[in-house]
Design a binder for this molecule. Structure first.
Ligand SMILES: [Zn+2]
Length: 275
């Protein structure tokens, strides 16, 4: 399947009329893969606008959304293997990271509280994804880099603050960037950390264990991708940065009215561009 639509990050999203659909999508087809950029000059760069032309024409009719009927739940713990990272097979792909939870168990985010979710209030935007793994599940470095935070207090940036909503958290400044800007990943709510600040880690290294420290409703890892600045104001949708299981893909989007207000209960049709 090949899907190509308007790319618009939640943080840089444009306001679209009610009949426009803003979709973020990624394709999976062997081709020339761009490699992560090594240059790291965070303060000298501006935020990138990742925009691509949409080939969706405005329509007065609601878009329709249909999905195949889900099959039966798998009877084993087998999961599709993950693509190796970086997995970037089109110019607008940037699957530079592996998943922070291993592929032999459930390692996808909670569907009802994805990036950009406002479940806890209109002004409390979810800046990452939550993977609800059992307490003690190893948390893996999503890519190589230096540990720049391994402590309580990451959310408020107050080291040692055990009232911080992120609980015990680790931040990694990666060895590569994107568009010459620095990339960071964040892992929050750990029960235990396995790294110290200043340590260098490789992809897949165990950096800690799933817990429920900080503000949580249960054990999970809260995972963020930050670009250019290690701040929650500079997060991007992690699902567009972590390599999907083989044969799977990522499609994300939002439908808003001309004021940028989310439209609820709208039907959207998603179809491959070619058979
Ligand atoms: Zn979260």
């Amino acid at each position: 399947m090949f899907i190509k639509r308007l790319l618009s990050s939640f943080l840089t999203s444009t306001l679209l009329s009610a009949s426009f659909l803003s979709l973020t999508a990624c394709s999976y087809e062997v081709g020339n893969a761009p490699t992560p950029t090594p240059v790291i000059q965070p303060e000298a760069q501006s935020q990138p606008e990742v925009m691509f032309e949409a080939d969706i024409t405005p329509s007065p009719q609601p878009f329709q959304f249909s999905l195949p009927t889900p099959g039966a739940e798998p009877v084993t713990n087998w999961r599709p293997p993950l693509y190796p990272a970086p997995w970037a097979i089109a110019p607008y792909d940037h699957f530079y990271f592996t998943r922070p939870i291993a592929a032999d168990q459930k390692n996808w985010p909670a569907a009802d509280y994805r990036y950009g979710g406002v479940f806890f209030g209109r002004n409390i935007v979810h800046t990452g994804i939550d993977i609800p793994s059992p307490e003690g599940t190893p948390i893996l470095a999503a890519g190589p880099g230096a540990v720049v935070w391994a402590d309580w207090g990451l959310f408020m940036e107050i080291p040692g603050d055990n009232t911080d909503p992120y609980g015990l958290a680790v931040a990694i400044r990666h060895d590569f960037g994107y568009n010459d800007q620095q990339l960071y990943t964040i892992y929050a709510h750990m029960s235990l950390m396995n790294v110290i600040k200043g340590q260098h880690v490789e992809t897949g290294e165990v950096i800690g264990f799933v817990g429920s420290t900080g503000a949580t409703t249960g054990p999970h890892v809260h995972f963020e991708v930050r670009l250019s600045d290690n701040s929650f104001f500079h997060t991007y949708n992690p699902e567009l940065w972590i390599a999907p299981p083989q044969g799977w893909g990522v499609l994300a989007g939002r439908v808003t009215d001309e004021k940028g207000e989310l439209i609820q209960q709208m039907e959207i049709l998603v179809a491959p561009e070619r058979a």
